[in-house]
Design a protein around this ligand. Sequence first.
Ligand code: ZN
Length: 219
Amino acid sequence: MIPGARLVILGRQGAGKGTQCVRLSRHYVVPHISTGDMLRAAVREETALGKMAREIMDAGGLVGDDIMIGLVAERLKRADAVTRGYILDGFPRTVVQADALDDIAGERPIDVVIDLHVDRDVVLQRITARRVCRDCGTNYTATGFERQPWICEVCGGDVLQRADDHPDAVNRRLDLYETQTAPLIEHYETSGRLAVVDGVGSPDQVFKRLTLAVNSSRT
Ligand SMILES: [Zn+2]
């Protein structure tokens, strides 16, 4: 039986974390816990937390430590995370959250913190090229040569750039990520728990590097 894993994945937006977390989750048979997804679900369901989070995220900010720690602590108590482990994506974002995670994890500490590294100019290019159908949500990548208006091949709807994929919004998020995450990376590096994995390459290549990093953290 494949052992579980307790992983934290760091990386800029657009580094391919989402894709790789799904694969890691299947490989180690552990839940992929994306705090972004959890927050978006709360926003959709219009819970009190969701309403608060929506205001902050609409302003391009990140939700505060207390809310995030509470959300993650609840999730990690569930049986799947306790017995198999988890892949944490989007948490911790700050050193305060990292310390809280160590408390929450207790006797079952995280195996390794992975920094899925892709240079800023590369992710900026990836994100600002994203387009989405307003009606059916199909994703596209712009090359700059599309006929305008761009019509969805699936449903005939308008293919547009989401407001938060515009360069100004992306740059704001990347700035915020770097400001917040630089101390976090240093924190994990100092304590010998960080593995930097090159995120440029095919999904298979990147996945192989990730499992190597996880496996070597446990030997
Ligand atoms: Zn469509």
